[in-house]
Design a protein around this ligand. Structure first.
Ligand code: PLP
Length: 224
């Protein structure tokens, strides 16, 4: 068996059925994605819009494409006709642009709000309080062509298991809390995207419903 298919099989067997596996294929050639596709994988994650568009054009149309990278607003239009889920939304301005482009394409685009959970200084993401404020503003509730389906978090770059546990747990608690609240129509929380190659088991044990796994499927990346 080819190694990509084998890696996918090993990961699928080790995760619960209700957890969605996003195969992170950034920097990898089309042939690697095709191999994953042939092994049954249908959800792929990319972090650059242009790269995702060219892979979308080249590959079967039943693939669901997830944008997991930081967004450049002026490029949202290039993926608005096909992107299935955008993980890394971290400003209202970006949400408005996604809403605008979704509307042009007669679609509703699903998004996850990126939440800062890492202790290290990170540039991107909302803190918990900012999300609560955002979700209750009229400006947000009026965005009819987006649907917030959950949150995405990136833990610290560390081997410290206790720290990782704390970070994942804190996001899960916040997620469970928000789910209990009455929210606007464009917000239906069901997805918690956390966990990558090195920490997905831990993330799942702390409530993750969606893992983003790259190197454990496709091998190490040369860049990025
Ligand atoms: C690259 C990337 C991943 C996958 O990382 P691996 O360690 O290779 O599994 C997951 N999430 C985001 C946001 C990424 O940019």
């Amino acid at each position: 068996m080819e190694s990509i298919a084998k890696n996918l099989q090993i990961i699928r067997q080790s995760i619960p059925e209700n957890v969605t596996l996003v195969a992170v294929s950034k920097t990898k050639p089309i042939s690697d994605l095709q191999e994953g596709y042939n092994a049954g994988q249908r959800i792929f994650g990319e972090n650059k819009i242009q790269e995702m568009v060219s892979k979308y054009d080249a590959l079967p149309k039943d693939i669901q494409w997830h944008m997991i990278g930081h967004l450049q607003r002026n490029k949202v239009k290039y993926m608005a006709h096909f992107v299935d889920l955008i993980h890394g939304v971290d400003t209202l301005k970006t949400l408005k642009e996604i809403n605008k482009q979704a509307k042009k394409n007669n679609r509703t685009i699903k998004c996850l709000l990126q939440v800062k959970i890492a202790k290290e200084e990170t540039k991107f993401g909302f803190n918990f309080n900012e999300i609560e404020v955002l979700l209750s503003t009229v400006e947000f509730t009026e965005l009819k062509n987006i649907l917030i389906v959950g949150f995405m978090g990136m833990a610290s770059f560390t081997d410290n298991q206790n720290q990782l546990k704390d970070e994942f747990s804190s996001l899960n608690s916040f997620f469970q809390n928000q789910k209990e609240k009455p929210l606007s129509e464009n917000c239906q929380l069901e997805t918690l995207s956390m966990g990558m190659s090195g920490d997905y088991s831990l993330a799942i044990s702390k409530g993750s419903t969606m893992i983003r796994v790259g190197s454990a499927i496709f091998g190490n990346r040369n860049y990025n």
